[in-house]
Design a protein around this ligand. Structure first.
Ligand code: GLC
Length: 783
């Protein structure tokens, strides 16, 4: 029987299971309640079980009782004090809160978690917790054919991760991102299981190489880490949104980004001189294509030394940045972790003199090759180093820079292993450990250093940070782009499930390089990709050195017009997107989401890869193949309306939709609303007219949504300087009732009301806050 399970590929397997070096945790010999956690002493180790909240339980395994709890870099909250019911029988122990039941089998120790109705969530039968004599830790859980898996951060392949095996080990992968290419840059050891329409989640908090194996055995999946503690949390759900709320409660949420970061970004490796950057900006302005950010890739630096500018290429960065800002364009420079070994370079001198760089146990520095040649790497696991690095960013903020792009922070090193020697020792805030144990957290801690440093220096303005590498919790500091994709249609297709799974992993602010990074893009691909980009949370066109330039005008007027139209559309949708970003910052619900998130009972959505939702009522179904102008679109239950043509479509059905090159199919759910601005070509965010577009239904429907706005650039929203308007829409055959159900905040917006436009009104009467509306063409909510 064991041969049917992951034991079949047991790393220590030599013939029979009994002869391996796997050690099961064994039988329970004692149970002790310590404050609000339970300690199970077992034959071969110890297990702590802690209820973090009514709906979150944490399980840790310790080989020795003296092994302390490891400090988590991901979890930002302490456990709550909650009432737990304890029941002990001869062979079994039951623990329960209002939302979770935990059953413990004593011989051997097996822990199973159920919801309040005793529906199994995460259960163990033949196999449970254990470890190997080489230090690996593992847990096995039962699964069944009805399970669908999502999340796992940044992975290639399809949306549903059923039957897959994934590794977490932050890696710089320039080679094509194929379906089997794994791991990539980010490690988010978290996933969500959808079973019979109900969701639950697991976060396995370990920063060493970790493997999730849903492939090797039929009825069991396993999670294994190379070193460190076995430490995981189970989230009760029951909806996908609940699981995200629970996971992001633990690991934090995205702060509201500055509005400019939600605009269109233009990048290239590299725009190589001040002259080129000015010309680029002038082109955007002349062509009235809005752009909020221009990136400076590695060529801006003096010999790739971070915190420098090349004086010849960029003789006056301060003036360049100020002039561009005047035109509404921000400059975001790349900052990699590698610091050039150069005794005449101040950052290297300081880092060496103040002991900021990574070293071996014996005291010698670690050197690796990256862009500048031989380089050292700051030890971001040390608070002193994080503060130093953060302060160094005054170099950029003093020049007027408000955003930073962190790259190569896996950390990438040009060698066989692609990274730092795993034997390097990190200071780890007083608890030294090897790079092997801490590899996956390097990028997150660089992000923390950068974000917090910039925040201090920006005097109340919100910084923007883009990162390539990260770990669970990365959303607290940075937006994540999916690294070095290629200009292939397949990569456009793959970017959808990739970004949707990142969204389901707590990273709401994400997107791929639009147009594709490596390889040469072409007119049609770039045009279709720009349409998609207009609706992905992060919207940046970026391309590699020696590839075809891919600014929106590179392929002639016909294509430029279409791309301009979609970039402008992004700005029209900005109020809607901004409200969704704010909601992600408080609930963890992603802006761009798979349909299963809203329709978890609809099996047709479980592996729907080529459509996505923006919020809970908009479906985007792009064309992602060359020469194609018709595609199948699945619309789930409800009635839908084409955003452009106004044509109605019924749900629970697949429709064949026609979309010429200049068309992107977008559907709005009837009975709901979206909010749009009047801004399409300016780059400053002075929206002066906000319109709520209502798409009525003649059936009985109810919909509530929140409109949010604030100054878009400072933290004043934390002191009540925002507008939050809760609006309810009730539709029926006879009437459309609009009600403001709550209003919060005291921000004075540049507009004094929200216009309401009702699309496709039939004979229904319209009521606003219970009063019959006489002129539906002149309808406003006063603020
Ligand atoms: C890496 C990044 C890419 C960047 C390049 C040069 O490949 O992923 O975006 O342009 O380095 O800095």
């Amino acid at each position: 029987m064991l041969e049917d399970t992951s034991f079949a590929i047991h790393p220590g397997k030599k013939g029979t299971i009994e002869s391996t070096n796997f050690i099961d945790i064994g039988n329970v010999t004692d149970v002790e309640k310590q404050k609000s956690r339970y300690l199970f002493t077992c034959t071969n180790g110890y297990v702590y079980l802690t209820f973090y909240r009514q709906d979150i339980v944490r399980i840790t395994m310790h080989q020795k009782i003296s092994q302390p709890f490891e400090k988590s870099r991901a979890v930002i909250v302490e456990q709550q004090e909650i009432d737990v019911t304890y029941e002990e029988k001869k062979e079994h122990i039951g623990l329960s809160t209002k939302q979770l039941k935990v059953g413990i089998n004593k011989s051997p120790f097996r822990v199973s978690i159920f919801d309040e109705n005793s529906t199994p969530l995460v259960t163990e039968e033949s196999h449970g917790l254990g470890y190997f004599t080489n230090g690996e830790v593992i847990c096995y859980k039962t699964t069944n054919q009805d399970d669908h898996f999502y999340g796992f951060g940044e992975k290639t392949g399809f949306l549903d991760k059923k039957g897959e095996k994934y590794e977490m080990w932050n890696s710089d992968v320039y080679a094509p991102h194929n379906p089997e290419t794994d791991p990539l840059y980010e490690s988010i050891p978290y996933f969500m299981t959808l079973r019979d329409g109900r969701a639950h989640g697991i976060f396995f908090d370990n920063t060493s190489r970790t493997t999730f194996d849903m492939k090797s055995a039929k009825d069991i999946y396993s999670i294994k880490a190379e070193t460190g503690q076995l430490d995981y949390y189970v989230f009760a759900g029951p909806s996908p949104k609940d699981v995200l709320e629970q996971y992001t409660y633990l690991t934090g949420r995205m702060p509201i980004p500055p509005k400019w970061a939600l605009g269109y970004h233009q990048s290239r490796y590299s725009y190589q001189s001040e002259h080129e950057v000015r010309e680029l900006a002038a082109n955007f302005i002349k062509k009235e294509i809005p752009v909020d950010v221009i990136y400076l890739d590695i060529h801006y630096m003096d010999g790739y030394r971070v915190f420098t500018f090349d004086n010849e290429r960029f003789p006056n960065p301060q003036k360049l940045i100020a002039d561009l800002k005047q035109q509404g364009i921000r400059v975001v420079p790349i900052v990699d972790p590698g610091v050039k070994k150069d005794p005449e370079y101040n950052i290297y001198q300081e880092g060496i003199n103040q002991d900021h760089f990574c070293k071996y146990l014996e005291g010698n520095h670690y050197f690796g090759d990256v862009w500048p040649g031989t380089s050292t790497f700051p030890d971001f696991t040390d608070e002193k180093v994080r503060n130093w690095w953060g302060e160094k960013h005054s170099f950029y903020s003093d020049l007027g820079i408000e955003g930073i792009w962190n790259d190569m922070n896996e950390p990438a090193v040009f060698n066989e292993t692609k990274t730092m020697d795993v034997q390097v020792m990190h200071k780890n805030d007083g608890k030294p450990d090897t790079h092997r144990a801490l590899h996956n957290v390097y990028g997150l801690l660089m992000g923390e250093a950068t974000y917090e440093g910039m925040k201090k220096q920006l005097n109340g303005k919100r910084p923007f940070l883009l990162t390539r590498a990260g770990y669970s919790g990365v959303q607290r500091y940075a937006s994540v782009w999916t690294g070095d994709n290629r200009s292939f249609w397949e990569h456009l297709q793959m970017s959808l499930p990739m970004c949707m799974n990142l969204g389901l992993s707590g990273v709401a602010f994400t997107g791929p390089d639009v147009g594709g990074f490596a390889h040469d893009t072409n007119a049609e691909l770039l045009t279709r990709w720009t349409q998609v980009g207009a609706f992905t949370p992060y919207f940046r066109n970026h391309s590699a050195i020696d590839t075809q330039y891919q600014e929106p005008w590179q392929f002639g007027e016909k294509y430029e017009e279409i791309m301009k139209k979609y970039i402008q559309l992004r700005y029209k949708w900005m109020p809607q997107l901004y409200s969704l970003f704010q909601s992600a910052s408080t609930s963890g619900a992603p802006v761009m989401r798979p349909l299963l998130m809203e329709y978890p009972n609809d099996a047709k959505t479980y592996n729907l890869n080529d459509q996505f939702m923006i919020g809970d009522n908009v479906i985007v179904a792009p064309v992602m193949s060359p020469g194609i102008t018709d595609r199948a679109v699945y619309l789930p239950s409800g009635d839908w309306v084409d955003y452009v043509s106004g044509e109605a479509y019924s749900g629970n059905k697949v429709h064949l939709i026609h979309a010429e090159l200049d068309q992107l199919p977008i559907f709005i759910k009837q009975g709901s609303a979206i909010v749009q601005g009047n801004l399409v070509s300016s780059m400053e965010y002075k929206q002066t007219k906000i319109t709520i577009h209502i798409y009525p239904s003649d059936k009985e429907t109810q919909y509530t949504f929140t409109y949010y706005d604030d100054d878009g650039e400072t933290f004043a929203y934390q002191n009540d300087q925002f507008i939050e308007l809760g609006i309810e829409i009730n539709c029926s055959e006879e009437s459309i009732e609009l009600d403001v159900i709550n209003q919060k905040g005291s921000y004075q917006a540049p507009y004094s009301n929200l216009a309401i436009q009702i699309h496709g009104l039939n004979r229904q009467k319209v009521y606003l806050n219970d009063s019959l509306v006489k002129d539906v063409n002149n309808l406003y909510i006063e603020l």
